[in-house]
Design a protein around this ligand. Structure first.
Ligand code: 3NM
Ligand code: MG
Length: 515
């Protein structure tokens, strides 16, 4: 028996019915499919006698063994034992997991079908080696499906098993084909980054005129999607290295980098004032054509999606391309990303316009950018549903996938460069009582990344500490009674921190709460 590190990327389930196999030889078709890249094979045949099954399984096992691909038998524990193949796959109405395990032993691979959260959890608890989650889409190949899950149902099951701490591998099955496989895999990722290990198929390979080609084309898509998502990264590293915070704050003041804001009307004023207070040079220009020249001035761009119009979006796309071409950083603030279908579409447009250096948003926005369609935000408000570990995974996985910095704001802010996750516990609730404070944090971050190219992580953390500690210091001032008096005091404190830092006084950093 092989050790259990199985590649489930492209899992072929056989079918011997005339509608699918025709008059071809099953073993030849599987051999061809393996040549195309199938990574796991299950012999599934509900009609033959035990004797016939054993004969076919033996021939199949010779072929799979040569290719180092595991062979599993559907339901028939006795057949698997007789041919000494790698294991079995059992459905909910088949031999139970415990019995199969008793017969085949601890090193056998035993997969279990799961169509509900309960079935999935029971299988994981019982020690299943993988789950076949289905039925995803209606299929002619299995007509008695109890449930059609769709990607959202698959995602629900993945989330439930991850939440209980299981890391059981998963494939989905039912109606998967070349045109829906990419979408299915991408949409089956949970908000904390749990995803399928692969897909299981019958007809698209078994009934294909060229099984090798069908397999290789399908495998290419699976590998491509799964290399963009990030299960192989392991746990995010939580914690701090040394941040050059005071150097970043000083550098912004000394270099006066341009912060080019393409932002909404409501926040123009406060964003420009924040930029000035930290020592940057704000330019509020929403005209895409102008970005080509502005990008050459050594600053950074802020794309703020506060108001979405087709014209605005076209300007954003032009500006992103211009800043990419000039090699200058782009900060993206997907305001209200999940609130409407228009905004969800705009996120896709922006994300595919070019490279983004920092993505900054609240939890709902970051989830939407990650690609969880289920996130329905109410307005542009933030509301929290993830626990601390899930937040760390979300920011880390998004940062790793997009090769960018991700900032998720909240009571605790999460910042990641794709490896490390830094949590910032500073800030004040009065920031939430004033319009534009979230957006102008993006402005502050843009100035820091423009001025401090040595370390994106340092630049972002420094900008956030400067900003949030200034808010704390403003909030406790005797002259601050509420949102109205808070704003001028906040601008003052931003300014005072920057000037103190420039003259070597970094005592404000004593307030930093970073973990
Ligand atoms: N099991 P195709 S669906 C064998 O839902 C099987 O558990 C399913 O065939 C389940 O790839 C299925 O041709 C058939 O749609 C999948
Ligand atoms: Mg079955």
């Amino acid at each position: 028996m092989a050790c259990k590190r199985i590649d489930y990327s492209l899992y072929l389930v056989t079918d011997s019915t005339p509608e699918i196999l025709g008059s071809r030889d099953l073993v030849h078709v599987v051999e061809d499919a393996i040549a195309g890249g199938v990574t796991c094979v299950q012999l599934r045949d509900k009609t033959r006698t035990t004797e016939e099954l054993i004969a076919i399984a033996k021939r199949l096992h010779e072929v799979t063994r040569r290719a180092d691909v595991p062979l599993l038998i559907n339901d028939r524990v006795d057949v698997a034992a007789a041919v000494e193949c790698e294991g079995v796959h059992v459905g909910q109405d088949d031999t139970d997991l415990a019995t199969a395990r008793e017969v085949l032993g601890p090193s056998a691979i035993i997969g279990v079908s799961a169509g509900t959260v309960e079935e999935a959890l029971r299988a994981c608890e019982g020690g299943a080696d993988y789950l076949g989650i289905g039925t995803v889409y209606p299929t002619q190949t299995k007509k008695n499906s109890k449930v059609i899950l769709g990607p959202s149902g698959v995602r629900e099951i993945l989330a439930a098993i991850a939440e209980r701490g299981y890391s059981t591998p998963t494939v989905c099955i039912g109606g998967i084909n070349h045109s829906n496989v990419q979408h299915t895999l991408e949409q089956s990722v949970t908000s904390s980054g749990n995803k399928l290990d692969g897909v299981a198929v019958v007809s698209v390979i078994m009934a294909a005129p060229e099984p090798a080609r069908a397999a290789s084309e399908l495998l290419a898509i699976v590998r491509d999607v799964n290399s963009k998502t990030t299960a192989a990264l392991g746990a995010p590293k939580i914690g701090t290295t040394q941040f050059a915070t005071h150097e970043v704050v000083k550098r912004v003041r000394d270099l006066k980098p341009i912060s080019h804001n393409m932002t909404n009307l409501v926040v123009q004023n406060i964003a420009a004032n924040v930029a000035l207070a930290i020592g940057a040079s704000p330019i509020m220009s929403s005209y895409g054509e102008e970005a080509t020249d502005l990008a050459k001035l050594g600053g950074a761009l802020v794309i703020n999606m506060g108001t979405v119009t087709p014209e605005g979006l076209a300007n954003h796309v032009k500006a992103i391309k211009a800043y990419n071409e000039a090699g200058r950083p782009v900060v993206y603030d997907p305001v209200g990303a999940g609130a409407t279908s228009i905004r969800r579409a705009a996120v896709k447009t922006i994300m595919s316009a070019g490279h983004l250096d920092v993505i900054k948003g609240n939890e709902g926005e970051i989830k939407t950018v990650f690609g969880n369609d289920q996130t329905q935000q109410s307005g542009v408000d933030s509301s929290s549903t993830l626990n601390a570990a899930q937040k760390a995974y979300l920011v880390r996985d998004l940062a790793a996938r997009e090769k960018t910095m991700v900032v998720m704001t909240g009571e605790t802010d999460y910042v990641s460069d794709g490896t490390t996750v830094v949590r910032i516990h500073n800030g004040h609730k009065l920031l939430g009582e004033v319009t534009g404070t979230g957006c102008s944090l993006g402005t502050a971050i843009s100035a820091a990344v423009a001025a401090y190219p040595e370390s994106r992580l340092s630049a972002v953390v420094a900008a956030m500490l400067h900003y949030e500690i200034a808010a704390e210091m403003a909030a406790v001032r005797a002259d601050v009674q509420g949102p109205g008096t808070f704003v001028p005091a906040f601008l003052d404190e931003l300014y005072k921190i920057r000037e103190a830092t420039a003259s070597g006084d970094v005592s404000w950093l004593g307030r930093a709460k970073v973990s």
